[in-house]
Write a protein that binds this ligand. Structure first.
Ligand code: ADP
Ligand code: DP6
Ligand code: CO
Length: 370
């Protein structure tokens, strides 16, 4: 390694991954091994955030830049502009795993040559930004750790594929295991003690079902009171229902969901809603009970249930992670437009909102409302 003053950087961007069959409960806290498989989807087509107040509309993802330089004297990280500690075991495990797989890197233009053995001595600076609420049940830990692992792997010229990287991201946050792939993704439980067979596979890519539209209704962007990590630990320790869910329910649902993903929307919707509701039932069965959803979340569920019942077949699926925010999956753009209109009717935005900002792809939703 030459001693010139240089900085080498890599940037990655990763969308979140919302579970349709939820992971809730670990059998190993350090390696982050799950008690059940889980299936998630990366919102791929105009995921739209609408909040009751104020209004935001965007695709939501994490952007992480990692930099290495002989000028850096310790590993440091900034999340959303604030410095945070990297001393936690999850960050340390991800950094160690990636460093151990690093390879030679050469940038002739800048006159930089880093040999494999140099990576142990070099320090990294990490700057990460989530363009959606952090720690509010919209899978920031999933996008965050997947993006971190991917950016570090890029910087350090790691040659492993996404499957292997998913076992590293998993050690940052369980849900991050699924976030390295697009489309529908399954996190395989695995049974080896070292976690090497607990990774993710893509079940279907983004193109397979590209008329689905995901709308996120941001009910609250506040940080949740009980983190997912603490919540699931308490559920494993105290809920009687969680064992039934893990043994008798999730394994069946995983098989059914894999079948439904072949574009059977009513089945995807029924399974997704049922699994979200059961996951929140486990939270209620935890001692003390955990309330991730609030009254607004419950109202959204009621509206969707009523609408689906009146149509005779599901048009929209809802799912809530560990937080009050609704992830709504519409079966196509026409239904998504109707859904957005209904949400705006039931939860009118503040008076000074520019209503033309509600745009779904190239169609302005509000033009049709009258
Ligand atoms: P969420 O429902 O948003 O996933 P969690 O409780 O699971 O909430 O995780 C939130 C934690 O994830 C944060 O406190 C932080 O430690 C970590 N996290 C969130 N975003 C990032 C990021 N961009 N990079 C690294 N870690 C992140
Ligand atoms: C309800 O992956 O955030 O969103 O592994 O402790 O970091 P840790 O928890 P996390 O839990 C996610 C729980 C969930 C369901 C899911 O994403 O599968
Ligand atoms: Co999380």
């Amino acid at each position: 390694m030459n001693q010139k003053k240089w900085v080498l950087m890599a940037t990655a961007q990763t969308p979140t991954n919302i579970a349709v069959i939820k992971y809730w409960g670990k059998r190993d806290e350090t390696l982050i091994l799950t008690i059940t498989a889980a299936i998630g989807m990366r919102p791929w087509f105009y995921p739209l955030m609408i909040s009751v107040s104020p209004l935001i509309q965007t695709t939501f993802c994490t952007t992480t830049t990692v930099a290495v330089s002989p000028l850096f004297h310790q590993d440091r990280m900034w999340l959303n502009g604030k410095e945070m500690s990297l001393s936690g075991i999850r960050y340390q495990n991800c950094l160690r795993e990636i460093r151990s797989r690093a390879n030679d890197v050469e940038d002739e233009k800048k006159g930089i040559k880093i040999e494999k053995k140099d990576w142990e001595k070099l320090h990294v600076h990490i700057a990460s930004y989530n363009n959606f609420p952090t720690a509010a049940g919209l899978a920031s830990s999933a996008a965050g750790f997947a993006c971190l692992v991917f950016a570090l792997a890029k910087l350090m010229n790691v040659k492993d594929d996404e499957g292997k990287l998913s076992t590293i991201a998993r050690q940052g946050s369980g849900s991050a295991c699924r976030s390295l792939f697009g489309g529908f993704v399954k996190w395989i439980t695995g049974n080896k003690e070292d976690g090497s067979d607990s990774f993710s596979v893509q079940l279907a890519d983004e193109k397979h079902w590209d008329d689905l539209v995901i709308i996120i209704a941001v009910v609250s962007s506040r940080q949740k009171e009980t983190s997912s990590t603490t919540g699931m630990r308490e559920s494993v320790e105290t809920s009687m229902f969680i064992e039934h869910r893990a043994k008798d329910v999730v394994p069946q649902r995983i098989i059914q969901m894999e079948e439904a993903i072949t574009r059977d929307f009513p089945s995807v919707a029924r399974l997704t809603c049922a699994d979200s509701n059961q996951f929140h039932a486990v939270c209620l069965d935890t001692c003390p009970p955990i309330f991730y959803m609030n009254d607004t979340s419950h109202r959204i569920i009621s509206y969707v249930e009523k609408w689906n019942r009146s149509e005779g077949t599901p048009q929209v699926a809802y799912t809530f992670d560990a937080g009050p925010n609704a992830v709504l999956i519409a079966r196509n753009r026409n239904i998504a437009t109707q859904l957005l209109q209904r949400l705006l009717f039931y939860f009118p935005p503040p008076l000074d909102t520019d209503l033309n900002s509600y745009v779904l792809g190239d169609a302005s939703i509000l033009k049709d409302v009258g």
